[in-house]
Write a protein that binds this ligand. Structure first.
Ligand SMILES: *[C@@H]1O[C@H](CO)[C@@H](O)[C@H](O)[C@H]1NC(C)=O
Ligand SMILES: *[C@@H]1O[C@H](CO)[C@@H](O)[C@H](O)[C@H]1NC(C)=O
Ligand SMILES: *[C@@H]1O[C@H](CO)[C@@H](O)[C@H](O)[C@H]1NC(C)=O
Ligand SMILES: *[C@@H]1O[C@H](CO)[C@@H](O)[C@H](O)[C@H]1NC(C)=O
Ligand SMILES: *[C@@H]1O[C@H](CO)[C@@H](O)[C@H](O)[C@H]1NC(C)=O
Ligand SMILES: *[C@@H]1O[C@H](CO)[C@@H](O)[C@H](O)[C@H]1NC(C)=O
Ligand SMILES: *[C@@H]1O[C@H](CO)[C@@H](O)[C@H](O)[C@H]1NC(C)=O
Ligand SMILES: *[C@@H]1O[C@H](CO)[C@@H](O)[C@H](O)[C@H]1NC(C)=O
Ligand SMILES: *[C@@H]1O[C@H](CO)[C@@H](O)[C@H](O)[C@H]1NC(C)=O
Ligand SMILES: *[C@@H]1O[C@H](CO)[C@@H](O)[C@H](O)[C@H]1NC(C)=O
Ligand SMILES: *[C@@H]1O[C@H](CO)[C@@H](O)[C@H](O)[C@H]1NC(C)=O
Ligand SMILES: *[C@@H]1O[C@H](CO)[C@@H](O)[C@H](O)[C@H]1NC(C)=O
Length: 417
């Protein structure tokens, strides 16, 4: 009996502790029903400019008293906006992704005119920083919970979130009792991503109190399988665009880096062949990749790349570069690179290609034309015969010169006698 009482007391104390320490808000929809619940703690470390071209660092906390003006609830997206002090605000945007939801970004605005928090600031403006939080894959109708510290860094502001309890999409006006814990809170051996479909080995989780490792894990994925893709101008013609390659995609988000192999099996291929520009579009169930090739009548190149999709963790991304010059070769030939090649799009997405061969223009009889190989494939051993040849010709020239000198000497010798 006494044991139970102690337990109940402990429980009550635990809850009271959490309530008294965090910033707790209940956002209501237009029918006055609870639609978003949050209880969390945030520390900010803000770097700002002071006189003499120096910078100072202000440490602030999200106070318990905030207003929620600007917060919104919708069925597929919601915003939690917490306003405090003299025009400061912290907001977090959520979206629904299938049966889960995630936080897409956090915006922190701070008013540098607030001399109590930013003494001596040169600027008097309100500054905003936007960062990507690490809140993903939260099951619908559950609260996201993360007691561990989650530090989100930025050039100007570091934010530390802890004791976080958020339900971004509350149904029926009452908070869920179900909890989705963050990876850092989970005990050892549990894989942080439960929805992984790839063969990625579970990252070793050290211990619950340790923050996630900041170094990017080394990839241990197998070589992706090579997909063969072709585009036909119409059903009765032979292919006008050919491509075959294995593809791996790396995605960097804050200090988190993930890789996945692109599975050619089950990929929908579409595209078009033009005079100056051809396009290949690959749609898998996780991502859409658009390759745009152009030619200047002499050479073709991969000119644009657009990737949209989501990683196994549920993080969605969209990156494009429309000013590339990759995979360059003569128009009447194909480009080939068997070695692993990588290319980083907009610093967030890295493409790794394997056993690559493409021909976006001038395909004849549905097969690749002569290949121009990439530099990586060219074995440096080709230098050996060249070196031998150079040495040999040097020897021949030497012999020839000595012969000519000898002949001339003997001739002058003959004349002088
Ligand atoms: C947050 O800030 C307060 C006061 O500045 C400090 O006492 C506390 O240790 C900080 N917590 C974290 C997790 O940084
Ligand atoms: C943010 O954290 C990093 C690493 O801990 C540190 O180097 C940097 O100075 C911090 N920035 C601010 C504004 O506190
Ligand atoms: C302030 O520092 C920047 C670079 O750090 C420099 O270009 C600028 O001239 C400095 N201004 C003054 C007034 O010292
Ligand atoms: C910023 O702070 C100043 C001084 O405290 C205040 O007068 C001003 O209204 C604040 N700006 C906003 C946007 O609230
Ligand atoms: C901000 O500073 C500029 C000059 O540094 C000044 O002209 C302006 O009036 C100030 N604005 C406010 C709201 O204090
Ligand atoms: C967490 O793990 C690290 C290294 O794996 C170890 O140094 C540290 O003592 C551990 N902390 C706790 C609280 O177990
Ligand atoms: C393809 O060939 C079939 C049979 O030869 C013909 O009926 C059809 O119209 C052709 N389609 C096109 C797009 O030329
Ligand atoms: C493609 O997937 C189907 C069904 O998942 C499977 O039967 C088939 O063997 C796969 N093909 C290859 C080449 O992996
Ligand atoms: C292809 O480019 C050439 C020269 O730049 C131009 O004259 C021609 O109209 C272009 N053709 C198409 C179909 O865009
Ligand atoms: C990339 O593709 C997406 C989806 O098709 C599209 O919304 C976006 O505008 C494209 N980006 C560029 C730069 O073309
Ligand atoms: C495209 O790249 C070229 C050379 O790399 C550069 O000169 C040009 O400014 C870039 N154009 C755009 C729109 O980024
Ligand atoms: C990308 O390729 C370059 C050159 O081949 C290589 O030095 C680099 O290590 C590769 N980067 C990654 C992340 O594999």
């Amino acid at each position: 009996m006494g044991r139970y009482a102690t337990f109940a007391l402990f429980l009550a104390f635990g809850i009271a502790f959490q309530l008294s320490c965090g910033t707790e808000v209940n956002v209501k929809d237009k029918d006055d029903k609870l639609c978003l619940y949050a209880n969390l703690m945030v520390n900010f470390s803000v770097s700002y400019e002071v006189a003499g071209n120096k910078s100072a660092t202000a440490e602030l906390e999200l106070p318990p008293e905030v207003t929620t003006n600007g917060s919104e609830c919708d069925t597929t997206s919601s915003v939690l906006k917490l306003n405090f002090g003299e025009g400061h605000s912290w907001s977090i945007n959520f979206t629904v992704n299938g049966k889960m939801y995630q936080a897409d970004y956090i915006t922190f605005s701070y008013n540098l005119s607030d001399t109590t928090r930013f003494p001596g600031s040169v600027s008097n403006e309100t500054t905003s920083v936007t960062v990507k939080p690490h809140i993903t894959d939260v099951d619908m109708d559950t609260c996201y919970s993360c007691k561990s510290n989650d530090m989100i860094e930025n050039d100007l502001v570091n934010q530390t979130l802890w004791n976080v309890l958020i339900q971004a999409f509350v149904s029926n006006g009452s908070k869920s009792e179900q909890i989705s814990s963050c990876a850092a809170d989970l005990p050892t051996t549990a894989a942080p991503t439960t929805h992984s479909t790839s063969t990625t080995p579970a990252a070793p989780v050290t211990n619950a109190t340790a923050p996630p490792p900041t170094t990017t894990p080394t990839p241990t994925l197998p070589t992706p399988s090579t997909g063969k893709y072709s585009i036909k101008p119409d059903e009765n013609s032979t292919a006008c665009l050919l491509a075959s390659f294995g593809l791996r995609i790396g995605y960097k988000q804050a200090d988190n880096y993930q890789e996945m192999n692109f599975d050619p099996n089950g990929t929908t291929v579409s595209g078009s062949c033009g005079v100056n520009s051809s396009e290949l579009v690959l749609v898998s169930n996780t991502m859409t990749i658009m390759f745009t090739f152009t030619n200047d009548m002499q050479k073709f190149r991969l000119h644009a790349l657009n990737v949209t999709g989501s990683m196994s963790s549920g993080v969605s991304f969209s990156e494009a570069n429309t000013n590339l010059s990759l995979w360059e070769a003569a128009v009447s030939s194909s480009y080939m690179c068997n070695k692993e090649q990588n290319y980083t799009v907009e610093s967030l997405i890295t493409f790794y290609t394997f056993n690559l061969q493409v021909q976006p223009f001038g395909v004849k009889k549905g097969v690749f034309s002569t290949a121009e190989e990439c530099f990586l494939d060219s074995d440096l051993s080709f230098l050996v015969p060249i070196a031998v040849g150079v040495a040999l010709s040097f020897l021949i020239i030497l012999v020839l010169i000595s012969y000519l000198i000898g002949r001339r000497k003997s001739r002058t010798g003959y004349q002088s006698v």
